[in-house]
Structure formats: structure tokens, C-alpha cells
Design a protein around this ligand. Structure first.
Ligand code: ADE
Length: 230
């Protein structure tokens, strides 16, 4: 899978991309990820990429010219072009899984007041939000999106971890985990986990998932009841 990220702050992604599983995925050739500085497509000596909004108001808006030039350069026949924006489609596991199946993604992160609407209308296939809050720019949002869809790439998580039994699978949160020691400062772990009885452990975990979801995220249970067929 090929991913091109277009940002004004490429260095914000340095650590994220080179560390841990994301670094390994690139070294293993699972993902070919390149970060581009939008300023490379500016055409004046000051490397200008933004200007004041028509009609007045605070902040700066990314100009269409460098955006069109950059995306036209990075474009491929199968490119799916995403713009990170607080007013985009909410990021969900379903959306992430869908993106993990694309051949080529171009991810544009905006800044300040946003980007010229003509670029949004003509260059972008999908707009994605990582939550109902506004970040100073979309670069961290792009990192979150990349992390999220990479987990669905076959081989990304390695053998030790699978996508089953994690929060949001089946609209349920994850169950609590414990590791050694079995008794720490007078806090023993639930006995069932030491029983060796896999069926009982499974039943306990399922019950914990349901209880946690009811307590913390009852909206998820409601969502699953709203699904057709239930
Ligand atoms: N850019 C700024 N805030 C954002 C958000 N919540 N999601 C995606 N991109 C953003």
C-alpha cells in the first residue's frame, strides 16, 4: 500500500513514522509511506502557501494553487484523496478497514482556518474527522488515521496480536487485563483467570465486556440495537 501525506509540518511525523510498528511496517515493505511538505509546491520566493480569507475574518486559508499542483503531482490512477478536517466524516473502525484496502492514499492535512473550498470540492474524495474537537492542524489527525488503518493491514500487527477481542469489536469495549504478579499489594486478580478453564475465562471476559460497555459507553449498545436484523 502506498501512502502520501501532504502537510506543512512534516517533522511532526518523524518520530511517529520511524518508531515501533509503523517503522517495522515500512522496513518490511508493508506500507510505502512518504511525507511531503506542501511548501515544495509554492511558486514564490517566500514559499507562500496561505492567504487571508476573502470576506474577512481571522486566520489564514491554504491557497488552491499549491494544493492543486501538489495533488496533481502525487496523483495516480487509483489514488484515493483524503482531507483531514473537523467537519469530515467521523473515523470509525469500519472506515479505517475500508481505507486499509486502498492501493494508494493521498492524505492532506490542513491548518488554521482550513483550505480553499475549491480545492476541497475538486481534489478530495473523502473528508475525515478524528473527533469533535479542533486541532491546530491536521497533521496529528493524519497520524491517527494512518495508525488506525494500518492495524487492518494483513501482517501489520504480527502474530502476537489479532484484531479479535479488542474494543469496538461487536460494539463492545475490551475486557480488563492482568499480568504477574497474581497478587500485588493485596490486590488479587479475579480467580477465574487462574483456573485454566478456557470456557469459563471466555464467559467471564464476555460478561466483563458487556458490563464495561453498559457502564462506560451505553451508546454503543444502543447503536448495535439500531442495526438492521436486530
Ligand atoms: N484538523 C483539525 N482538527 C481536526 C479533527 N478533529 N479531525 C481531523 N482533522 C482535523
Amino acid at each position: 500500500m502506498k501512502v502520501d501525506v501532504l502537510t506543512l509540518f512534516p517533522q511532526m511525523l518523524d518520530g511517529f513514522l520511524s518508531e515501533s510498528m509503523m517503522g517495522r511496517a515500512q522496513r518490511n515493505g508493508l506500507i510505502d509511506l512518504k511525507v511531503h511538505n506542501l511548501r515544495d509546491w509554492s511558486t514564490d520566493k517566500h514559499n507562500t502557501v496561505d492567504d487571508r480569507p476573502f470576506g474577512g475574518g481571522a486566520g489564514m486559508v491554504l491557497m488552491p494553487k499549491p494544493l492543486f499542483a501538489a495533488i496533481e503531482d502525487l496523483q495516480s490512477e487509483n489514488a484515493h484523496r483524503i482531507y483531514m478536517a473537523p467537519d469530515g466524516e467521523p473515523l470509525t473502525p469500519t472506515l479505517a478497514e475500508d481505507l486499509s484496502q486502498k492501493e494508494h492514499l493521498i492524505i492532506l492535512s490542513g491548518h488554521y482556518e482550513g483550505i480553499d473550498e475549491r480545492a476541497r470540492q475538486n481534489l478530495i474524495d473523502q473528508e475525515v474527522s478524528i473527533g469533535d474537537y479542533v486541532l491546530t492542524n491536521g497533521t496529528l489527525a493524519a497520524a491517527v488515521l494512518i495508525d488506525c488503518f494500518c492495524r487492518f493491514l494483513p501482517g501489520f500487527l504480527g502474530e502476537e496480536k489479532s484484531l479479535t477481542n479488542e474494543s469496538f469489536q461487536d460494539n463492545l469495549l475490551d475486557f480488563p487485563q492482568f499480568t504477574r504478579p497474581a497478587d500485588f499489594r493485596n490486590m488479587p486478580i479475579p480467580e477465574v483467570l487462574l483456573s485454566g478453564n478456557h470456557a469459563e475465562i471466555e464467559a467471564w471476559r464476555q460478561q466483563q465486556r458487556e458490563e464495561r460497555t453498559r457502564e462506560r459507553r451505553p451508546d454503543l449498545l444502543k447503536d448495535s440495537q439500531d442495526e438492521p436484523g436486530n
